[in-house]
Write a protein that binds this ligand. Structure first.
Ligand SMILES: Nc1ncnc2c1ncn2[C@@H]1O[C@H](COP(=O)(O)OP(=O)(O)OP(=O)(O)O)[C@@H](O)[C@H]1O
Ligand SMILES: [Mg+2]
Length: 305
């Protein structure tokens, strides 16, 4: 299994959440702005305009994606019907063409779903539905769902013996969406012969900024405290990601340049995962080096914090 960083190192981990937090240069700029209320108001106005513009674009994207759904379902239905051979006989070549078309229809359906999720998240229309649930069950289901695709590519997918987890409130479907996006990436970026592990364990989450100094006493107190979160990890032995991209990949529409065959995707999977995890009050991050696999982790608090 690729190297997992320990607690001591966790402060250096880049998280999508912290990416927005402490930028010393910005702190200085904010100080200057406070002294110039006119400049501040102007900046605020520009920010509001951009935010509104962004919202309008997300709504437009969502509605375009929504309109694609019905014709896509009809095309897919007709392909299925032709493949049943009820409307008429098909030769080998025709069957092959229809099967390939069907594969591309599901790919398109996936894009449409991604655009819809993204748009709903951006416009605040995604409502979280957290219910007391069993995370191990949620992950087992995903393991069974994804296993055939992994086997097809010759990548091993393991769900190591599951650790006991307390029941806690989370949105079952949204967490499955996050893990699916991570598994899909692990499959896409791990050459055949590789391995992917999906794990979940309880975790003591110290919510503090990187600059906070933890005293010996506090450290002892934290060590004694019971876990307050669950950590879910998808680790692969794939192509890896250079450290300078560890935050950027969680941004919208970001895909890294890649040698060899181009892989499909719009660069939204991690951006959606990040929003869904943040909606749970959690955090998501990656540990990776080029050529040495990637470990994506996210934390879900056991209690709403
Ligand atoms: N497990 C991984 N190993 C190596 N690179 C990865 C991995 N996961 C993500 N990446 C990099 O991060 C980029 C962004 O990932 P993301 O899931 O957001 O988009 P995508 O997979 O390219 O497209 P989409 O998920 O929208 O179909 C990827 O294009 C890839 O460059
Ligand atoms: Mg992806």
């Amino acid at each position: 299994m690729p190297k997992m960083h320990g607690e001591a190192e966790s402060a250096a981990i880049s998280t999508a959440e912290e990416g927005f937090a402490a930028k010393p240069a910005l702190a200085g700029e904010m100080g200057e702005l406070e002294e110039s209320p006119a400049g501040y108001m102007e900046l605020l106005e520009t920010f509001q305009k951009l935010k509104e513009e962004n919202r309008r674009r997300s709504v437009a994207l969502g509605s375009a994606a929504h309109q694609l759904k019905t014709p896509l379902a009809i095309i897919s239905g007709y392909i299925d019907l032709l493949l049943t051979k009820k409307p008429g006989k098909l030769n080998e070549r025709q069957q092959q063409i229809l099967k390939e078309s069907q594969i591309n229809c599901s790919r398109l359906r996936q894009y449409v779903e991604d655009f819809l999720s993204y748009s709903a998240l951006e416009t605040g229309m995604h409502v979280l539905n957290p219910l007391m649930g069993n995370l191990n069950e949620c992950l087992s289901e995903l393991h069974s769902y994804w296993l055939p695709s992994f086997q097809k590519k010759g990548v091993a997918l393991y769900l190591p013996s599951q650790k006991q987890l307390p029941l806690f409130p989370f949105d079952y479907d949204k967490v499955q969406h996050v893990v699916s996006n991570l598994l899909e990436n692990a499959l896409k970026f791990t050459p055949s012969g590789g391995t992917v592990w999906l794990t979940a364990e309880t975790y003591m989450w110290e919510r503090r900024s990187r600059r906070d100094v933890v005293t010996g006493n506090e450290r002892r107190k934290q060590a004694d405290a019971s876990p307050n979160a669950v950590r879910v990890t998808v680790a692969d032995t794939g192509i890896g990601i250079a450290p300078e991209y560890h935050q950027e990949i969680f941004d919208d529409f970001v895909k890294l340049p890649q040698e060899g065959d181009p892989v499909g995707g719009t660069g939204l999977g991690l951006a959606i995962a990040r929003r869904l995890v943040l909606a749970h009050n959690g955090k998501i991050w990656v540990e990776s080096e080029t050529g040495r696999g990637s470990t994506f982790s996210f934390l879900l608090p056991l209690k709403t914090m």
